[in-house]
Design a protein around this ligand. Structure first.
Ligand code: CDP
Ligand code: CDP
Length: 221
């Protein structure tokens, strides 16, 4: 039977990197749910829809042709035949995604899509509401956390490495803004799912976090 591993947490808590490592260790398919919210946002911006205008965002989302497929052990998608990857990380998308992800109908569309990915096999899915909304019945739930200063530092290092020259204070401010929108929105706010194992990664290396999760899954299974 297919198993689903839910990994939730705030921005830069290590979800993406850790989830990829766990998926590789277990031979499961990796799913970045945030990429779909970013995809809806990217497509809306490309169609000149204002991210504050829910109706315009929904129209662009429903009019598009979405297709999901596996490549190198991870799920990807195309929108009207185009596969966005780097585009999803752009500043415009980063700044608008929490607004778009707060629109209930956007969440309904993305959640139903994420649930249907079970057809691809056992999944390691990372996001904000995987243990609470997408797969509430899975026994494998983890919540990664880290101090806000440490998370801002991680994101800053990443942006510098990618050649972006945002200021450290700006990164901290934008991370806090996104945390605030994500944890206070009405629909599926970021929260620790009942039964989730909380892992504070502030002083842990990536390998230590991956090992902790893989061990917990093996002990349970
Ligand atoms: O990489 P980072 O943790 O900064 O963000 P992400 O996982 O790519 O998610 C981008 C945004 O999508 C988040 O800030 C949330 O607003 C939204 N999101 C969500 O609402 N629910 C999820 N399951 C995943 C992402
Ligand atoms: O997906 P999420 O936004 O939660 O975080 P990520 O993209 O996996 O991690 C953000 C950055 O922090 C990456 O560059 C990781 O390599 C780094 N990181 C770290 O140095 N130590 C950790 N324990 C976790 C993440």
């Amino acid at each position: 039977m297919a198993q689903n591993i839910a990994i939730d947490g705030p921005s830069a808590s290590g979800k993406s990197t850790v989830s990829k490592g766990v998926a590789q260790a277990l031979g499961f398919v990796y799913v970045d749910s945030g990429a779909f919210y970013r995809g809806v946002t990217w497509h809306a911006l490309r169609q000149n829809a204002d991210p504050n205008n829910a109706e315009a965002v929904l129209e662009s989302m429903h009019d598009a042709d979405w297709d999901f497929f596996i490549k190198d052990g991870a799920v990807f998608f195309s929108v009207n035949g185009v596969v966005p990857v780097q585009e999803l990380r752009e500043k415009e998308v980063r700044e608008a995604v929490a607004l778009v992800a707060a629109i209930p109908e956007v969440r309904k569309f993305v959640v139903e899509t994420l649930q249907s990915l079970e057809n691809f096999g056992s999944l390691v899915m990372e996001g904000r509401d995987i243990g609470t909304v997408v797969f509430p019945d899975t026994p494998f739930k983890f919540y990664l956390d880290a101090d806000p200063e440490e998370r801002a530092k991680r994101r800053y290092r990443e942006l510098v490495a990618a050649g972006e020259n945002e200021k450290a204070e700006e990164v901290m401010k934008s991370l806090q803004q996104r945390d605030q929108i994500d944890s206070t929105r009405k629909t599926a706010p970021l929260s620790v799912a009942p039964g989730a194992q909380v892992v504070d990664t502030t002083n842990m290396t990536l390998d230590e976090v991956i090992e902790t999760i893989v061990k917990a899954i093996k002990e349970f299974a």
